[in-house]
Design a protein around this ligand. Structure first.
Ligand SMILES: O=P(O)(O)OC[C@H]1O[C@](O)(CO)[C@@H](O)[C@@H]1O
Length: 621
């Protein structure tokens, strides 16, 4: 079946009819949107997954689940066993989700109604499922084994992928061994990776995950990897502070090589380098990762020192391409990164080959659709009990929210329900002392608890009854049960809690979570976790029938920023403030003028060609 036919997923089993028996307003309130004509809404409903029998069966099923409590569901051992899955060393326990085996069955029906399997296959087959950009979605090819065949437009992409990986291996070994010299003959010890969004968050997540992993740690001894993402000059100062330019290499990472923030940061770092090492130093001190090798050359970076990737890799899915593998290989060595790629590849195989019923990303994806679209819980907290995973949530935030934060389906019809998920998170136990209060007694936020069996670091003090990592993990186990079971008023009374405190100290429980247990946090398992979450997000999008692989929503702000940029430039050059004829609304005009007035009172430096390196020297951070 062609992908365009798959997109009409809901239609095939549609029975028409827009009624939503669910008491929770989970479908959009269309009455308030006057600009949306009835006929377009009818069309949207007709073609939507929300019009299928499977969707309606789940809506009706909500009432049954509302009559259950997790403390009872957890007493059913058969259910718990059926709702726990283990594969590739990963153990995932879904038994604390507000779902029964019947819910899972109904979700499987939904998956079939959405043509989920066919859509997964279409992705691996290189169909242009990113239809608004007419692109294949093949990040799985970036971690394919050498012998795999993954085609775009009939051409196997894997040899090219490995062509770049082989170059990264050779280049990173040259730099790490000291054979590659900086402009003054010193070896390169520091890497500054300049990029934003998908060209930053994935690599930062993996770097943070590996910093304390024993093998990676050994491999990175004496080396520094820093990231420069924000266009804020404060971020420049923090990224460069204390680095010796003679020993520093900048890796400019940008799929398009046009992103305003990255390009200004790249020019700033170039200025920092050349002001101290001379114009010619760019050749030894700046390299690039991009799909736009023409612009890389125009920037002044030797094409020999540029590492390409392809338009079939979305920015937020690009960490396994040169985007992540180049800076991370420079820091940890290619061998470590190859392990990471293998882990992601193992999860890719699992996703493609495992029946839906025991497919980990499919189950995670379907249960999150259940939580969001049926139970009405739009947020999810990602809570790793492992400090090394502290950048997982910020990365998945982009993967998930930029992918599925959409208002129309893949055919352009307004969605009759809210898609997307609000993702956030912090490592435990830090989060417990921050936002867990809300999760326990306020809003219901489904949680992903992630625990590790063997910690990257081991501390066990002599007089303590458990090791430090055991102490951390006590909380991993306790929190999931605290959310599920809660604490009743009766229990509190039996503990002689005074009446006036009982409402404050009781917990409703019945708050869903998933528990993931990894044997260890190695480069390999980091790859598995990455691909698990990437595919979960794809499953959500496939079911909602949206295009998870474009991101038009980020464009408007960029266009408006460029108008403001021109205005500020004019105001500086012509020494004037914004007036009514400049085309800004009243509020923005006033805000801009407040800003410009404030700036005139500052001793503002004249624009100059070189980066004020002395600012760093005089202001050690
Ligand atoms: O890699 P580039 O082209 O600089 O883009 C950076 C990021 O900007 C976005 O296009 C929008 O935020 C992301 O999708 C992307 O990851």
């Amino acid at each position: 079946m062609a992908f365009s036919q798959l997109q009409a997923a809901g239609k095939q089993t549609s029975e028409n009819g827009n009624s939503n028996p669910n008491p929770i307003p989970l479908t959009r309130d269309v009455s308030v949107n006057v600009s949306r004509s009835l006929s377009s809404m009818d069309k949207a409903m007709e073609t939507s997954i929300a019009s299928t029998d499977a969707w309606r069966a789940l809506q009706e099923h909500v009432a049954e689940i509302e009559n259950t409590h997790l403390k009872d569901l957890l007493a059913d051992q058969g259910r718990c066993e059926a709702m726990s899955k283990e594969d590739m060393g990963l153990y995932i326990d879904f038994s604390r989700q507000r779902a029964t085996q019947d819910t899972i069955k109904k979700l499987m029906d939904l998956a079939r109604a959405a043509n989920l399997k066919e859509k997964i296959d279409a992705m691996y087959a290189g169909d242009h499922i990113n239809s608004t950009e007419d692109r294949a979605v093949l990040h799985v090819a970036t971690r394919a084994r050498r012998e795999q065949v993954i085609c775009d437009d009939g051409k196997n992409q894997v040899p090219e992928v490995w062509g770049v990986l082989d170059r990264i291996k050779a280049f990173s070994e040259k730099v790490r061994s000291g054979e590659w010299k900086g402009a003054t003959g010193k070896p390169i010890k520091n890497i500054v990776a300049i990029g934003i969004g998908g060209s930053f968050l994935g690599p930062l997540f993996v770097h943070t995950a590996l910093r304390t992993e024993p093998k990676a740690m050994m491999q990175s001894r004496g080396r520094t990897l820093r990231f420069l993402a924000n266009v804020d000059p404060i971020d420049v100062a923090r990224a460069l502070n204390g680095l010796d330019p003679e020993e520093t290499m900048a890796v400019v990472i940008s799929k398009t090589f046009t992103t305003a923030e990255t390009m200004l940061n790249a020019r700033t770092v170039r200025s920092w380098l050349t002001s101290q090492l001379g114009e010619e130093s760019v050749a030894q001190h700046m390299v690039a990762v991009s799909t736009n090798l023409k612009l890389v050359k125009e920037f002044g970076i030797d094409p020999e020192n540029a590492f390409g990737f392809w338009d079939w890799v979305g920015g937020r899915y690009s960490v396994c391409s040169a985007v992540g593998i180049l800076p991370l290989s420079l820091q940890y060595g290619f061998e470590v990164m190859e392990q990471f790629l293998s882990g992601a590849n193992a999860m890719d195989d699992h996703f493609r080959e495992t029946p839906l019923e025991s497919n980990l990303p499919v189950l995670m994806g379907l249960l999150s659709v259940w939580n969001i679209s049926f139970l009405g819980y739009p947020a999810r907290a990602i809570l790793p009990y492992c400090q090394a995973l502290s950048k997982l949530a910020p990365h998945i935030q982009q993967v998930s929210m930029e992918s599925n934060g959409k208002g129309v389906d893949i055919n352009g019809n307004v969605l009759p329900f809210e898609a997307g998920e609000i993702d956030f998170g912090e490592p435990g136990t830090n989060g417990q002392h921050s936002f867990y209060q809300l999760i326990h007694q306020g809003r219901v936020v489904p949680c992903d608890f992630i625990g590790i069996v063997r910690s990257q670091q081991s501390v066990y003090l002599k007089d303590e009854i458990v090791s430090n990592h055991d102490e951390l993990m006590c909380n991993f186990f306790a929190q999931a049960d605290a959310l599920a079971y809660g604490k009743s008023r009766e229990e509190l009374r039996s503990q002689n809690v005074p009446d006036y405190l009982i409402p404050h100290r009781s917990f409703t429980g019945n708050r869903p979570s998933t528990s993931l247990l990894l044997p260890e946090l190695s480069a390999y398992t980091v790859g598995q976790v990455l691909a698990l979450y990437e595919h979960q997000v794809a499953v959500q999008g496939f079911v909602w029938n949206i295009n998870s692989f474009d991101q038009w929503g980020v464009e408007l702000g960029k266009v408006l920023a460029s108008r403001v940029r021109q205005m500020i430039n004019q105001s500086r050059n012509k020494h004037r403030f914004v007036n009514n004829s400049d085309g800004f609304n009243y509020s923005t005009t006033r805000l801009l003028n407040k800003y410009l007035q404030g700036k005139t009172q500052l001793l503002y430096p004249e624009p100059r060609d070189v980066f004020p390196a002395e600012l760093l020297e005089h202001n050690p951070l």
